[in-house]
Design a protein around this ligand. Structure first.
Ligand code: SF4
Length: 69
């Protein structure tokens, strides 16, 4: 069964860039290995921290927000 906690998933599976970004954004919204903050996916989607290096790479966003390559 898939682990729905991005922080726990990062520490329990082989580390990848995607898992690292998912875990960092989840931690930013208050999640830990043992705790999922209610509504964290929506908060990451609605993140307004344009100055954050992960802003354009954060998970759960609507694809139109990703700038063209
Ligand atoms: S992109 Fe937003 S949610 Fe993700 S780490 Fe940066 S500030 Fe936090």
């Amino acid at each position: 069964m898939r682990n729905h906690n991005p922080v726990a998933r990062f520490y329990s599976l082989a580390p990848t860039r995607t898992r690292a970004i998912e875990a960092k954004c989840a931690e930013c919204m208050g999640c830990t290995k043992d705790h999922l903050e209610k509504g964290f996916k929506k908060e990451i989607r609605n993140c307004t921290a344009l100055s954050c290096a992960l802003y354009f790479f954060r998970p759960y966003q609507i694809s139109e927000k990703i700038p063209p390559q």
